[in-house]
Design a protein. Structure first.
Length: 99
């Protein structure tokens, strides 16, 4: 579970990132979740955009992706989801320590 301080840090790191996945009319499927999990292992922090033609609720989509990838939801703002998952082999981000 991320603290508020850690989420603020991750939001600032994610600000300059571009979304690398898009959820469209088809919604979320197993293949997409697998690809997102692999990208999280490589990058640790990423953005996903929800397109206008997506019929599902953005909260349900974010919940489904978080469950499937076992990642942490950093932020859901507008139609952009920001996810974080600590990498086992490609550790890049050093989170602020919890006191």
């Amino acid at each position: 579970m991320l603290t508020g301080k850690q989420k603020r840090f991750l939001r600032s790191e994610a600000h300059h990132l571009s979304p690398i996945f898009q959820v469209g009319k088809g919604g979320v499927n197993d293949n997409m979740i697998k690809q997102i999990a692999e990208a999280l292992e490589a990058r640790e922090l990423l953005k996903i955009s929800i397109l206008q033609n997506c019929e599902d609720n953005k909260f349900e989509i974010s919940e489904e992706i978080v469950k499937g990838t076992r990642a942490e939801l950093v932020q859901l703002i507008g139609n952009i989801i920001v996810l974080y998952k600590e990498s086992r082999e490609n550790k890049k981000l050093e989170l602020p320590k919890v006191k």
